[in-house]
Structures are given as C-alpha cells and as structure tokens.
Design a protein around this ligand. Structure first.
Ligand SMILES: Cc1cc2nc3c(=O)[nH]c(=O)nc-3n(C[C@H](O)[C@H](O)[C@H](O)COP(=O)(O)OP(=O)(O)OC[C@H]3O[C@@H](n4cnc5c(N)ncnc54)[C@H](O)[C@@H]3O)c2cc1C
Length: 389
C-alpha cells in the first residue's frame, strides 16, 4: 500500500496530524495503530474528561527546548486549539479552577471530533509497527502484518508510561535506526516516594491541601496529596517533571508568612491558628520537636524552627514509576529536529511529534497541547513541501 503520509500511532498527536492533513489537503494518509481502537490514553486522560489545554501556555511550562516549543506554538497555539474544537461542534469546554480546560462530557468527545476530521484517512488497527526504512522513493513502514510505503512518515508513537494501554518505545528505536540521538525515557508526572526520614508523612495518607514546591529554579503551586506510597497530587506530579535526584523544598503554607500567622494567633494554639489540617500540624510539630501551645508562648528560637513550615527541604527517594506516571520525559533529541516543524534534520520527510519528542509539559493540559501543536506543525510543513497548501 502506498500513501503520501504514514502516521505511526493513533493517539492524540497522530489523530490530530491525520485530521489536519485530511481537512487541508488531498494527500493520501494512513494511520497505523497497535491497538484495535484509537486514542487509548486520550480516553483515560483527565479522569475521563481530557484536560486538553490551559489558560496559560508558554514554553515555561515545559521541560525541553524552549525555542522549539515556542516555534511550534507559533504554528498552532492554545487559542488555535480552542478554536479548532469549537468549530468542530464541541460545546463550551469546562474550565476548572479558572485554568484547566476539560471536555464538557467525556474524553471520547475529543476522540470522536478528531476521528470525524480524519475520516479520509485509512486506519490500520491492530498492527504492531516494527521498523521504518528509507529508500529512493520515500519510506517503508514495516508492521507485524504488512508493509506500507509513504513519501512522509510522522512518528507519533508516544512514550512508555501506562504500557497497559499499548505504549512502546518504538519511536526511539526508529529514531536510533536513522542515527538520531535520543534521551532515555524516565517517568514524569508521577508521585514521589520517600526516604525513611519522611516516612512520617505516610500516616497522613488521604490528606491534601495547597502547597508550593521549589524544585531547581521552578516554584510550583497546587494541591499536594499525602499517599500511602509517598506524596502525590497535582503539584507533586508537576514537580516530578523537574526533579533529578536531589532536594525539593515544600512551603506547606503556600506563601503565607508563618511569623505573621503566629503573631495573629495570640492565645490560640498553633494547631488552630495555622490554616492547615490539624493532623498534619501536630505530626509536623512532632518532627520539629516543638510542642503545640498558644502562639504567644513560643520563644524566639522556637519561632525560628516554625519557619520550616515554609521551607521544609528533603530529598525524595524516587518516583512511583512508569506504571503510574502520566508521561515519559526524554525522547527524540530536539537538536535533531527542525524547530518549526519537528522534521528530522538528517532525513527529509521523517517527523517526530507528541510525547516521543524530548519535550514534556507540566500537569494541566500541557502534554495534549504539545501533542496537538507539534502534530499540526508537521502536517503544515508536509503540505507546504508537497505544494498542497
Ligand atoms: C492516566 C493518564 C492521564 C493523562 N491525562 C492527561 C490530561 O488530562 N492532559 C494532558 O495534557 N495529558 C494527559 N496525559 C498525557 C497524554 O495522554 C499524553 O501526553 C498524550 O497522549 C501524548 O500523545 P501522543 O500522541 O504523543 O502519544 P499517545 O497518545 O500515547 O499515542 C501513541 C499511540 O501510538 C501507539 N503505538 C505505540 N507503539 C506502537 C507500535 N509499536 N505499533 C503500533 N502502535 C503503537 C499507541 O498504542 C498509541 O495509540 C495523561 C496520561 C495518562 C497516562
């Protein structure tokens, strides 16, 4: 079978690339997918409602090549994505916490919308992609069932987290077979496990409240959840993206000044004066070796110790691993890609888009935004090159 474009993977990026090519060109497109249905990760994303983007999106929300992210967003940004879903009949998106955009009914809406736009593509489901080889005419994609030839190939095979829904590292293997550098995948947007000194947190399993976490030069603010295995919740998931074996600093008071709170507390006990769950305060005070008592009774030295409510530093042991990680960081090196369109510098006509690229977003719709934007940037470039625009 011969096509102008072969798209590898019918996930978020692959479906968007097919949709864009079908709607804007007459190029023949096939989409090859290992699962028997498209969009497995989209379906389970955002608690089943797909958090597709965010009110604030910039390269600062990503780990990876800022220039490339900026250029890709220049081609298709947050507003373009919102417009895209609106024009294709999706009712008003649900906006949570004033910043996260979700599908109003279910993630299936996003899959259906993309499939509808991509309905001129030939879908080859249940085919395991094995390799891509370049020859004079273009590319040969080998699956466990057949061989497809195409003038252009868009690799959109994602990362390796949540392997249960069909993830694989074939994207990296394809890149390496073309001599393209890759960075090994590691789990990101995952909870963090604890070292012995922080095991006290395990007793708080189920409690959550907003905190700020400093990791490297990033300061992230959102809910933290104490879990049986360690710490989790949106802020910890985003922190895991930037965390590289080392210290993080938690401000349990999320920017509020502990000195002020103690001063205002007067004769109230600290455990009622601080705006935090009492169980947490009592356990944390025990760790600090400070007694719970009226705020006015703390000595100057004790008050200094209380500042650790805002500056608690520790080194997590690791992450919850690939089975729980929402994404894989690492991937195809961005140095090997054209920054406007994610085409491999070494092989014209070969593109890498979505999570397989070494660009990873924070929690909050950033990874779908990247998947959709990078897919459009590749599709637009193929159309330009083919004179199909
Ligand atoms: C539980 C969970 C919740 C998430 N929630 C959100 C969210 O709300 N917002 C957000 O922005 N991000 C979320 N993400 C991350 C988001 O799903 C991914 O970043 C995004 O799907 C990446 O898109 P992609 O197209 O690059 O890869 P994928 O969507 O993973 O698509 C890759 C496709 O390639 C196929 N494939 C892989 N290997 C082969 C092979 N060898 N042969 C054939 N086919 C193959 C896969 O089956 C898959 O269909 C979530 C992830 C998880 C796991």
């Amino acid at each position: 079978m011969e096509f102008d474009v072969a798209i590898l993977g019918a996930g978020a990026a692959g479906l968007m690339a097919a949709a864009w090519l079908n709607e804007h060109s007459r190029l023949s497109v096939c989409v090859i997918e290992g699962n028997t249905k498209p969009g497995a990760k989209v379906r389970i994303s955002g608690g089943g409602k797909c958090n597709l983007t965010n009110t604030q999106v910039s390269e600062r929300n990503y780990l990876g090549d800022a220039k490339l992210v900026r250029e890709v967003f220049r081609c298709f940004d947050r507003d373009a994505l919102l417009q895209f879903v609106k024009e294709r009949g999706c009712e008003k998106l649900e906006l949570r916490k004033g910043r996260y955009y979700f599908c109003p009914r279910s993630a299936q809406q996003m899959i259906d919308l993309l499939l509808h736009s991509a309905n001129k593509s030939r879908f080859l489901f249940g085919q395991n992609i094995k390799a891509v080889v370049q020859n004079n005419e273009g590319f040969r994609v080998e699956t466990d069932k057949e061989t497809v030839t195409a003038g252009n190939v868009i690799v959109a095979t994602g990362g390796i987290s949540y392997a249960s829904v069909g993830a694989s590292d074939i994207g990296l293997k394809i890149a390496e077979s073309f001599g393209i550098e890759t960075v090994p995948f590691s789990p990101a947007l995952a909870g963090l496990t604890l070292q012995k000194d922080q095991f006290w947190m395990k007793a708080l399993s189920g409690i959550s409240f907003p905190v700020a976490i400093r990791v490297g030069d990033k300061r992230l603010r959102e809910e933290m959840l104490f879990a049986h295995r360690g710490i989790s919740g949106p802020v910890v998931l985003s922190a895991s993206l930037y965390w590289e074996k080392g210290m993080i600093e938690v401000d349990f008071l999320d920017g509020q000044n502990v000195g002020e709170l103690v001063k205002r507390g007067g004769n109230k006990k600290l455990s009622t004066a601080l705006p935090l769950p009492k169980r947490f305060i009592l356990l944390f005070l025990a760790q600090l070796g400070v007694e719970d008592k009226p705020c006015s009774a703390f000595s100057t030295d004790e008050k200094k110790v209380l500042y650790r409510f805002s500056t608690y530093r520790f080194a997590p042991a690791g992450t919850f691993g690939f089975t729980k990680a929402e994404v894989s960081k690492g991937g195809v090196s961005t140095d090997a890609l054209q920054s406007c369109c994610c085409e491999a510098k070494k092989s014209k006509g070969l593109y890498f888009v979505g999570e397989v690229v070494n660009v990873t977003g924070e929690l909050g719709g950033y990874n779908f935004q990247w998947a959709f934007s990078s897919a459009v940037s590749a599709a637009v470039n193929i159309m330009k090159f083919k004179g199909a625009l």
